[in-house]
Ligand binder design. Structure first.
Ligand code: B4P
Length: 191
């Protein structure tokens, strides 16, 4: 089983690149953002709880997202590998993911970390907010809160994977296709 983490701050292009990567490598895409938005759209109890956090630009509690990922892994026993997009976002999530993957004897091959300047992140998210209908994209204060959450809670997740030499930094600015090519070069070295 070949498992990858696509990592980076909000708006760094994780969702955009994931679509291209899953189609090229045949991996199962697990995006916690997408899973949460699905619950919100259906107005489930989990979705209603998550919405309170997401609307403020805060991370959703660990137990909620860990539970979602655990179920998604169980629901896909035949996957040839997973592309984790937007997960793990805290140290507790990283440890939980390791434990879940140990049970399947399927470690993470690499964490691909997209590097994008803060100005570019804000510009991209405000632009998406014009059309996406996402309440966390159309308010600059909320976008800035998401970036603060990233620096306070998420950036350290890369340190966790650095100790296992799993982190690969990728320049996340330029055209979508150029960034995709950079990602593929690194994946092909490890596949
Ligand atoms: P996510 O859904 O994970 O998404 P994201 O941070 O908004 O960004 P992503 O990096 O995927 O951006 P995209 O490619 O779409 O998170 C949303 C929220 O969910 C979080 O704030 C949090 O509250 C919650 N959440 C999710 N996972 C969680 C977890 N594990 N724990 C706790 N809470 C969690 O790109 C953004 C825009 O840039 C798009 O409009 C795109 O078209 C554009 N773009 C992409 N690449 C570009 C390029 N090369 N040039 C120009 N524009 C580009």
């Amino acid at each position: 089983m070949f498992n990858l983490i696509l990592f980076g701050p909000p708006g760094s292009g994780k969702g955009t690149q994931s679509e291209k990567l899953i189609s090229k490598y045949g991996l199962k895409h697990l995006s916690t953002g997408d899973l949460l938005r699905y619950e919100i759209n259906r107005q489930t109890p989990l979705g209603k709880e998550a919405q309170n956090f997401m609307d403020k630009g805060h991370l959703v509690p660990d137990e909620v997202v860990i539970g979602m990922i655990s179920s998604a892994l169980d629901d896909n026993p035949d996957a040839k590998g997973f592309l984790f997009d937007g997960f793990p976002r805290t140290s507790a999530q990283a440890e939980a993911l390791d434990n879940l993957l140990k049970l399947k004897n399927a470690p993470i091959a690499a964490m691909l970390a997209l590097d994008v300047t803060e100005e570019e992140l804000i510009k991209r998210l405000l632009k998406r907010g014009e059309t996406s209908g996402r309440s966390d994209d159309n308010n600059e204060n909320v976008i800035r809160s998401r970036i603060v959450e990233y620096h306070n809670k998420t950036a350290i997740v890369a340190d966790y994977y650095k100790q296992f030499n799993k982190v690969v930094m990728i320049k996340g600015e330029g055209s979508v296709d150029d960034i995709f090519k950079r990602l593929c070069v690194e994946i092909d070295k490890r596949a």
